[in-house]
Design a protein around this ligand. Structure first.
Ligand code: FAD
Length: 409
């Protein structure tokens, strides 16, 4: 792309912001315009399910207004409604159009609604946007019985916040353990025990089938698949997201579980890139096309796209990492732990500080660290280097990830 070309970015979230900032860092001199359908300045979502719900509402914006003014980045409020790829124009919902030399799609994802009856009742909330977090925070201070449907990352973080707000909390989850799709059994069991020790009730292996309400249309309880009921004056659904792909699909771009991109994050149209929660990309770490929902992924993919557009193309190969905070536990995950055949635990869950090393076919693929930030940083270095310990080495007395990182990377 020409250094003075126009880059239009659809979306104004984490990845969109980073694309714009990194384009300027990389010396892009042409117009950079991003289109956001939320109000206000771009903000980060992680605090919304953590400190924000406990009243710590400051500092969610990624940058103040002057940052965009100084760097010549234009933020348009509105919804990107259609792409005319032949003319290289984006049409906004208000009918205006924007010409682009390159278009970046970082439209994120939207919460799924649980497929149960009663979801129109007042008192079922979801959490994705700051507006939803504000509503949830206000409701949490006024209710006593909270049910959380889904024990994924967001569900468990919100459950912890609701307990801290003084509510009686029940989490309903069809799988047998919390965050089961991402965590080893050891870490999952630790998280379950942590919540129980703070008074939360976990109904694992149970599915919500219906919400019940009173005459006033307000939710009163959740019916489970065994016909029992859990009382609730607030229900929070955390049942996953669907990538926002309709803009791409309507424009004829290839879409799978997200907008399909190649190793350089280019879509099936060389003038259009996609990144972040909405992008289905070939992962060298998974050995397959995947979609990831994390700040690391959105930020590093944005940097990768900006580098390509400013003349230093490289395939996207960054090591995935994630984090969550629940009660006093900070859990950090390096690598992808979707599957493993062996684990080694460093430290002990009983001490509230430990790491679980997950191996597949003799290779270290993922390290989960609870209150062990040094292990996490070392794990990122070790996994990124490819020079990883085998299960036998990690099981030896005195094995330390930090020592391994110091000597082997
Ligand atoms: P987003 O940041 O979601 O931005 C996409 C933006 O595009 C949105 O504002 C959307 O409204 C807008 N948009 C969509 N379609 C259009 C359109 N047609 N026109 C204009 N605008 C449009 N990740 C972590 O790593 N750690 C955490 O602890 C963590 N906590 C989280 C807590 C919560 C409550 C949530 C919701 C997410 C959390 N995440 C966390 C995930 C992380 O925030 C996302 O992975 C990240 O924001 C993805 O960035 P993105 O740019 O792809 O999408």
């Amino acid at each position: 792309m020409r250094p003075d070309g126009t880059v239009v970015i659809a979306g104004a979230g984490q990845g969109d912001f980073q694309t714009a900032a990194s384009l300027r860092d990389g010396g892009h001199a042409g117009p950079v315009v991003f289109i956001g359908d939320e109000t206000g300045l771009p903000y980060q979502r992680p605090p919304l399910s953590k400190g924000f719900l406990q009243g710590n509402t400051a500092g969610t914006e990624l940058r103040g207004r002057s940052f965009y003014e100084r760097r010549g980045i234009e933020l348009r409020h509105g919804r990107a409604a259609a792409i005319d790829r032949a003319a290289r124009r984006v049409r906004l919902a208000d009918g205006s159009t924007l010409a682009y030399d390159h278009l970046v799609l970082a439209t994120g994802a939207r919460n799924r609604t649980p497929p149960i009856s009663g979801t129109a009742l007042d008192g079922l909330l979801q959490l994705r946007t700051r507006a939803e977090a504000e509503r949830l925070r206000a409701r949490l201070s006024a209710v006593s019985q909270v049910s959380v449907i889904g024990a994924g990352f967001i569900g468990m973080e919100v459950a912890a916040a609701a307990v801290k707000a003084g509510a009686t909390v029940t989490v309903v989850e069809p799988l047998g353990r919390p965050m089961a799709r991402s965590l080893s059994a050891v870490t999952s069991a630790y998280v379950a025990e942590l919540h129980r020790s703070h008074g939360a009730r976990l109904l694992l292996g149970s599915s919500a089938v219906r919400l019940h309400g009173g005459r006033d249309g307000a939710v009163e309880g959740v019916e489970l698949d065994d016909s029992s009921r859990v009382r609730a004056d607030l229900v929070i659904a955390g049942v996953g997201v669907a990538p926002a792909t309709e803009l791409a699909a309507d424009a004829g771009l290839k879409v799978g579980d997200g907008i399909r991109v190649d190793a350089f994050l280019t879509t099936s149209d060389p003038d259009v890139s996609a990144l972040g929660d909405c992008a289905d990309f070939p992962s060298v770490h998974a050995g397959a096309a995947i979609r990831l929902e994390s700040v690391q992924n959105a930020v590093d993919q944005a940097r990768c796209v900006a580098a390509r557009l400013t003349g230093t193309p490289a395939p996207y190969e960054a090591l995935p990492w994630f984090w969550t905070e629940q009660f006093s536990a900070k859990l950090q995950i390096a690598g992808l732990g979707r599957d493993h055949d062996r684990t080694t635990v460093l430290g002990a869950p009983a001490t509230d500080a430990f790491s679980v090393l997950r191996f597949k076919n003799g290779r270290l693929t993922c390290v989960e660290s609870v209150n062990a930030p040094g292990d996490h940083i070392a794990a990122r270095r070790v996994l990124a280097s490819g020079n990883t310990p085998c299960p036998g080495e990690a099981a030896e007395d005195g094995f330390s990830l930090r020592d391994w990182a110091a000597h082997a990377t």
